[in-house]
Design a protein around this ligand. Structure first.
Ligand code: ATP
Length: 695
């Protein structure tokens, strides 16, 4: 890849000392990355001898696992995102120059995944199995390991301590990145009889070969949380920068030219990744064609789900007009079902993906049957991606004379939730589902994301057709006044919808922005008009034993939100209202098997002390009267002052089983909700055009 005299032996830059970088600890906004690019370019061009670091392996050899874990250590030691970026960029640069075929595996190990989300292979071994493996490989008692976990709160550290005590009989061969990755994949793929024992066997082998800190990161990888403060968005940026550096090592670029290249290149990789979130496709393309050639080789592809565009909440029609007045916008029914991204490939293959990029085709065999019929016969529709909502549907009923007597209408989400998620057979389906399309993202070989919504909608209507009881377009109306919006909102509620989605219709602001929670889509939900503007999806991390009538079940739950930047769960409130007796029993049965012997090390709970903690799996959707600052909880701590943010009078609405443990409402969203609430109570209306989301 690189020439022999180039920086393969040495990296072109070293790191600035602590405190020099100016960025805040939470992470850089894209605009701030411009500044970061400038700074990194300057460091890169500093060719002083002390700015050169040796790579720890020979070109062409597999990357030693220690090279990765040493980088993890450096990343863990800082909270500054610029520094984190520098450490990771250096490693990725060295790998892409010396062992490019290891780059993809390194990227996956950094984000602690094994394959794209939609392939569904997950790490995350249960705590007790890992403890068993540590005990067996070090000869320590389980009780000691459990006790130490209580003290240290991190199984990775417990494993390191256990290994230190163990006499070394022989030195196993050093671990390499390909070996670790292969073993992790093998473990994740093992199922069925004896799989537990086989998993323990593989883990023990790995542990025997681990040296020093490798043990800590290996165990954390197996647990499913690296906890080094490395967000996926930083990995994408570091990857882009590493490739840019390594492709232009011998070109003499000025600092300004390099900074511009970095800035532009990062934006390109970011945009391509949003359209095609598959490292399997992007990493080889980057290695072969560089950032410049990436767009030509990687674009939205049916079969690879893109991260959906998301909406910002609003709590008053007035707020909608603040944002959209004077511009062309459209209101659509906000259907109360489950997001469904429908992909139809040129070879006739079909897939339906959830909001989470999970492949839902097995849940919806009926929709898979319907989809080919939605294409207009006179149009040559060969391939497409549609953004839709799948909604439970009451089929029409007829009397003997053939007159419709009922049905033919939408049902609430609770009905959809009754459908099984796996092994659904068409003949067993009781809850019918109808698809409502609200956007088209791809048609006949062409991505459409850059087109305005009016054009995309026209293409949708030109090429597709409603199919009775199976498929339709989202109902929409291009309202302009408060009265018109109110009337349409009332109609949507009457038709069992949640409210309205209000979207920019024309111009650059109406393109489809994958993975972004954008101001150009606003959600106006009927229930939340007077509250905080939206419900929150929060994970159940603990519970309090019930009293009185509730002695045999949990009486209240501790909820938390997930912070992707620090990979921690932050406590937010205790919830004990809104539950029926049946629900409490249901949740007891659901949560009891998830009870933990100890709090997880990545649970940042503040002073909240439930009777039991759980594996993070179950998500509650809750409503709240308002948000307040609290010395007990840790959600969004430090954003407003030293206190966290908590929910006052939280009330349970429903289980969200379409969301994964990392898809809770984020601390950033909670902080934003709190700030909006404060702005309203201070008599200020909200402003700002900021957009968030994955980036
Ligand atoms: P979010 O997706 O915003 O994080 P959430 O998953 O809790 O939050 P909602 O707050 O209910 O979802 O709002 C957005 C969801 O509404 C979309 O993800 C989509 O599934 C659904 N939806 C229903 N009708 C439409 C529509 N016409 N346009 C866009 N989305 C719609």
């Amino acid at each position: 890849m690189s020439d022999a005299n180039s920086s393969a032996e040495e990296s072109a830059f070293e790191f600035e000392s602590e405190g020099e970088a100016e960025e805040d600890e939470a992470g850089l906004a894209p605009v701030e990355e411009k500044k970061a690019a400038k700074k990194i370019a300057a460091i890169f061009l500093k060719k002083a001898p002390e700015n050169k670091t040796k790579a720890g392996w020979k070109a062409g050899d597999p990357v030693p696992y220690s090279a990765l874990t040493e980088t993890f250590e450096k990343i863990e030691a800082t909270t500054k995102r610029l520094e984190i970026l520098q450490h990771l960029t250096l490693l990725l640069q060295q790998v892409s120059e010396r062992s490019p075929d290891n780059l993809l595996r390194i990227v996956y190990l950094c984000i602690n995944r094994l394959c794209p989300d939609y392939e569904g292979l997950e790490l995350g071994i249960g705590e007790s199995l890992l403890m068993k493996a540590i005990a067996q490989s070090t000869g320590r008692e389980m009780s000691r390991i459990r006790k130490e976990l209580e003290q240290k709160g991190d199984l990775g550290l417990v494993a390191v301590a256990s290994r230190q005590e163990q006499p070394t009989m022989f030195k196993a061969a050093k671990l390499s990145v390909p070996t670790v990755f292969k073993s992790l994949k093998e473990i994740a793929q093992l199922t069925g009889n004896k799989s537990q024992d086989r998993k323990i066997g593989i883990i023990m082998k790995l542990l025997a070969a681990c040296q020093g800190e490798e043990t800590k990161y290996l165990i954390r990888s197996l647990e499913g949380k690296l906890r080094i403060g490395l967000a996926e968005k930083s990995v994408v940026v570091a990857l882009a920068q590493a490739i840019i550096y390594s492709k232009q090592v011998n070109k003499k670029l000025s600092e300004a030219a390099l900074a511009a290249k970095l800035d532009e290149g990062t934006a390109t990789v970011r945009a391509v990744f949003s359209e095609l979130p598959s490292y399997d496709l992007i990493v080889p393309a980057l290695l072969e064609y560089g950032v410049e050639g990436l767009r030509d080789h990687c674009k939205l592809t049916p079969g690879v789900p893109l991260k959906p565009m998301l909406a910002k909440p609003t709590k008053a029609i007035g707020e909608v007009l603040d944002r959209f007045e004077g511009k062309a916008f459209t209101c659509e029914y906000k259907y109360d079902g489950e997001r469904a991204q429908v992909h139809y490939l040129e070879n006739g293959q079909l897939a339906i993906f959830s909001r989470n990029s999970e492949n839902m085709s097995v849940k919806y065999p009926d929709l898979i049957e319907s989809v080919p019929k939605i294409r207009k016969a006179d149009k040559d529709v060969k391939s497409f991606c549609l953004d839709c909502e799948a909604v439970a549907w009451k089929m029409p009923e007829f009397d003997e004379s053939g007159t419709q007597t009922g049905g033919g209408h939408l049902l609430p989400f609770q009905e959809l939730a009754r459908r099984k998620r796996k092994d659904v057979k068409v003949e067993d389906i009781k809850v019918k589902v109808k698809l409502f399309a609200f956007d088209i993202l791809y048609l006949n070989g062409e991505p459409l994301l850059h087109l305005d919504l009016a054009t995309r909608r026209k293409l949708l209507h030109e090429n597709f057709q409603p199919v009775e009881n199976e498929f339709d377009f989202a109902r929409s109306e291009d309202c302009t006044t408060v009265e018109e919006i109110q009337t349409f909102l009332d109609a949507s509620v009457k038709d069992s919808c949640e409210g309205l989605m209000v979207k920019m219709l024309n111009g650059a602001a109406s393109t489809y922005a994958p993975s972004q929670r954008s101001q150009n889509w606003l959600k106006l939900k009927k229930d939340y008009l007077a509250g905080t503007g939206d419900s929150l999806d929060l994970i159940v991390v603990g519970a309090f034993y019930g009293k009185g009538k509730r002695t045999n079940v949990y009486g209240a739950f501790l909820l938390a939100c997930y912070d992707a930047d620090t990979e921690t769960y932050q406590s937010i409130c205790k919830i004990g209202t809104g539950f029926s007796e049946e629900q409490l029993l249901q949740f007891y049965q659901l949560l009891k098997p998830l009870e933990l012997s100890n709090k997880k090390g990545y649970y940042d709970m503040g002073d909240a002390k439930p009777d039991v903690f759980f594996e993070p799996q179950v998500i509650f959707e809750v409503l709240t009267a308002d948000l307040s600052l609290s010395p007990v909880y840790t959600a969004g701590k430090g954003a407003v002052d030293q206190r966290g943010i908590s929910l006052r009078f939280p009330r349970f609405i429903r289980l969200r089983d379409d969301k994964g443990p990392e898809d809770t409402t984020s601390p950033e969203q909670i902080i934003e909700m709190y700030q909006r609430q404060q702005a309203v109570s201070n008599g200020r209306t909200k402003g700002g055009d900021d957009e968030d989301g994955f980036w």
